[in-house]
Design a protein around this ligand. Sequence first.
Ligand code: SF4
Ligand code: SF4
Length: 88
Amino acid sequence: MSVRQLPIIPISTPRIGAVGKTGKWRIFKPIIKQDKCVKCLQCWLYCPDAAIIRDENDNVTVNYDYCKGCGICAHECPVKAIEMVKEE
Ligand code: SF4
Ligand code: SF4
């Protein structure tokens, strides 16, 4: 089965925790360069926090409320379409 055949709804979805939204922990944030993205969905598959949002056309965006800035998505992206930039 290819990644694209997986259901869009992830097994788990982010929720507000005891200390609030986990996006506040972030030091670096991922920026997706949509013009470079080939919709392979590796970032969506590997994000440990289910913070990559995938739409019905396999476009991907980041849920910054819950992205912790771990950088796994940028590491896994085969075309380097995700850049990690320091938070302001
Ligand atoms: S930086 Fe980490 S938490 Fe944020 S979207 Fe990428 S893989 Fe998910
Ligand atoms: S891993 Fe990279 S190319 Fe693949 S969907 Fe994510 S941003 Fe796009």
